[in-house]
Each structure stands twice: as C-alpha cells, then as structure tokens.
Ligand binder design. Structure first.
Ligand code: HEC
Length: 142
C-alpha cells in the first residue's frame, strides 16, 4: 500500500506522506510483533473466529472491516488492549472466557495508541467515520 501510494504522489507529496507518519510505522511494527500472531499480519483474524473453541474461548477476530473492532469506541478498545479481555468483561459483568491477553506490562500507553492508530489507518473512510461516532457516543458527547 505504501509502495502504491509512492507512485501516485509527486516527490514532495510522497516525502510529506512518509515523514508525517512515523507513528503509523511504529504502530505497524508493534502490531506485527505483538498482535499478528493471533489477529493476522493482514488483520484478517483466525479462521472460524465466529465459533467458540472447545474451552469456551473464541479465536482472534479480524481487525479489518469484516470484524467488530470498529463497533467499539476508543476508550473500550484501548482498555481492552491494556488490561486484556477478561478484566474488561468481568468489569462489565459479562460471563465470557476471554482469549485476549493484556499488554499493559509490555506496551506503554503511547505504544497502545500507536497500534490502534495503525489498525484504524487500514480502514476505509466510512468505517473510520462510523468508529469515530462510536468514540464520541462512548465519551458521552451528543
Ligand atoms: C493470544 C492471542 C491474541 C493476541 C496475541 C492478541 N489478541 Fe486481541 N484478541 C484475541 C481474542 C481471542 C479476542 C476476542 C475477544 C476475547 O476473547 O476477549 C481479541 C480481541 C481483541 C480486541 C477486541 C475486538 C472486538 O471487536 O471486540 C482488540 C481491540 C484486540 N484484540 C486488539 C489486540 C491488539 C492491539 C493486540 C496486540 C497488541 C492483540 N489484540 C493481541 C486474541 C489475541
């Protein structure tokens, strides 16, 4: 995708494009290292992610537009990544065995935001807009 963008842009535009997105690059690296083993290098998730495993956990869902990551606002997503699924779902009173580990010990708050920004950067505009509405609603805005 970056290579394709470079062909479409003039040299100064391409420079601005690459130089303005160091956080996305960092986010992608963090994603590849920490998340891709379950959620897939192309954010495609694990196959059969909609059916439970024998132990009651679920396979990792995709983070692209076919999944439901974008159905949640930023606060919930950041919290889910930081504390892991079990802590968040327990707090919500949801009876569910989560397969999503927490990354609060390995990643800083900045790292976690960079990973989420990277995930969002792969979404089409309409999905980004829909998720941004969720974030506003979640934050209690009208
Ligand atoms: C060991 C496998 C595993 C790893 C590694 C992992 N996840 Fe997950 N993740 C899951 C599973 C399984 C779920 C499904 C929900 C659950 O079980 O709580 C999930 C759910 C999520 C959700 C909620 C999506 C939704 O629609 O509810 C987010 C956000 C998420 N993961 C982000 C990440 C990020 C970012 C990383 C890397 C920093 C990561 N995950 C690493 C297994 C993993």
């Amino acid at each position: 995708m970056f290579a394709a963008a470079a062909h479409l842009l003039s040299a100064p535009q391409a420079n601005a494009f690459f130089h303005n997105s160091p956080d996305l690059e960092r986010g992608r690296e963090l994603y590849d290292t920490n998340c891709a083993s379950c959620h897939g290098l192309n954010l495609e998730g694990q196959s059969g992610w909609q059916s439970a495993n024998e132990d009651g956990t679920y396979p990792a869902p995709p983070h692209d537009e076919t999944g439901h990551t974008w159905h949640h606002g930023d606060t919930m997503l950041l919290d889910y990544i930081r504390r892991g699924g079990q802590a968040v779902l327990d707090d919500m009173g949801v009876d569910f065995t989560s397969g999503m580990p927490g990354f609060g010990d390995e990643l800083t708050a900045d790292d976690i935001e960079a990973v989420l920004d990277y995930i969002k950067s792969t979404w089409p505009d309409r999905i980004r807009a829909a998720q941004s509405d969720r974030s506003r609603l979640e934050a209690g805005a009208p």
